[in-house]
Each structure stands twice: as C-alpha cells, then as structure tokens.
Design a protein around this ligand. Structure first.
Ligand SMILES: C[S@@+](CC[C@H](N)C(=O)[O-])C[C@H]1O[C@@H](n2cnc3c(N)ncnc32)[C@H](O)[C@@H]1O
Length: 221
C-alpha cells in the first residue's frame, strides 16, 4: 500500500509580514534594548557554540549578528533573517569582526527555506522560535535541510512550567507580541518534538526553567 505524503503546509503570509514589520521597526534599537540581557546570555551563547558540530552551519533568525563573536574559527555560516534592517546590521557586524569571507547572509523565512534537503551539518537559532509565526513549520524546515545525524541547537525562552506563572504569561502575551515581536508563552520543547526532531539534551538555564538550551538530532523518522 502506498501512503500519500502529507500536503506541505504554507506559512501564514499575513502573520509573517506582521513579524517582519515589527522587527524592522525594532532593528535600529534592538542592540540597545537587549543590552542588559546580553550579559546574562553571554555564557549561554558560549556554551551553545562550543557544542555545534560540523563545518557548514545554518543560523536562522541571525538578527543583528549577536552570535558572530562566538562562532568557532573552523566553521562557515549561512545566516538568514526575515527582516532587512536586522540583516544589514548583521552584515556590518561581520565586516567589523573581519569574518565576511566565511559568513554568507540572505533574507529568508525559516518556515520556507530556499535550500535543498540535507545540505547543512547543523543549524542554530537563538531567541527566534518565540517570534516565528508557525514554529513547528520552521523546525520541520531545519530538520529537512540538516543532514541525517546532524544537530539543531536552540537557545530559547518559553512558557513557564509553573501553572500560575504560565497563566500570567498567557495573559500578557498579546501585549508583549505587539511591543517586542516575541511570544512569551511558546511551548518550544513540545514544538521541537512535534517537528519530528529527536531531543538529545535539554538544559535549564535559569529564570524558573523559562530559558533552555535544546540540542536535537535529525534522525530518520
Ligand atoms: C529576538 S531576535 C533574535 C536575534 C538573534 N538570533 C539573537 O540571538 O539576538 C528574533 C529574530 O528572528 C527573526 N525572525 C522572526 N521570524 C523569522 C522567520 N520566520 N524567518 C527568519 N527569521 C525570523 C527576526 O527578524 C529577528 O531578527
């Protein structure tokens, strides 16, 4: 018996355009706005990049290029972002760091990647799947473009497992999305599983199990 493949889901154009507009508006102030938090993120970014396997890595939602100082010297990066204003700043940062020759930047949507199957050794996203309109679709795309046995590494904040705090996050989420572009109540661990990725490691980084480092494997299921 042959089983028909599932129809390919399409990204919601309206929600994706709204996300792009929010980040375009925030792009001139993004680095200042995140300045304080960045001190906290520094060891987390260090830890993530010390675990990225392979030589050709895809970074999605690269933003203003905050991960660039952490890239291991041996890897080449393809970086994509939805928002032109963010990507321009990433380009400038790559020039300032003198790493232009191994960083290839493009506008793109993680929900619909312009790459063939199984071309990257691994993929990374930091603080991205809180704002992607359909995170499961985006994570499925990472699974598609990373080689079998490769890794998807995520640094993300998500809904608190504490029932009271989780409910508070649900209540304030619409307001935060409008202001900052990020959903604070995403269930990212579940979304990684829904996308068919095999979770290898989940590390709680702090703030009541809201911030996590997730390492998932692309396996043949
Ligand atoms: C909170 S910022 C994080 C930027 C960077 N990764 C960091 O660690 O600072 C989220 C980024 O994801 C991008 N983004 C949101 N939705 C996206 C999508 N569907 N495809 C690609 N990038 C997206 C936004 O444009 C923005 O630059």
């Amino acid at each position: 018996m042959t089983v028909a493949p599932l129809p390919k889901q399409k990204p919601d154009q309206y929600a994706t355009e709204a996300t792009r507009r929010r980040y375009q508006r925030l792009s001139p102030i993004y680095d200042v706005m995140e300045g304080m938090a960045e001190r906290r993120y520094y060891p987390w970014r260090t830890k993530l990049w010390s675990q990225v396997p392979g030589l050709h890595v895809l970074e999605v939602g690269i933003g203003t290029g905050k991960n660039m100082p952490f890239y291991p010297a041996s890897i080449s990066i393809t970086g994509i972002d939805l928002t032109p204003g963010m990507l321009q700043r990433a380009q400038k940062r790559a020039s300032n760091l003198g790493i232009n020759s191994r960083v290839d930047l493009h506008l793109g949507d993680v929900q619909k990647l312009d790459y063939p199957d199984a071309v990257f050794d691994s993929a990374v996203a930091t603080f991205v799947f809180c704002s992607v309109p359909d995170p499961v679709l985006g994570l499925r795309e990472l699974k598609r473009v990373v080689k079998l046995g490769g890794r998807v590494l995520l640094l993300e904040h998500m809904r608190s497992p504490n029932p009271f705090l989780g409910a508070v996050m649900d209540f304030f989420n619409p307001l935060i999305v409008r202001m900052m572009g990020a959903n604070i109540n995403r269930r990212t661990v579940e979304n990684v599983r829904k996308a068919g990725l095999e979770i290898e490691q989940i590390e709680d980084l702090g703030a009541g199990r809201i911030f996590k480092l997730i390492v998932a494997r692309v396996s043949p299921k």
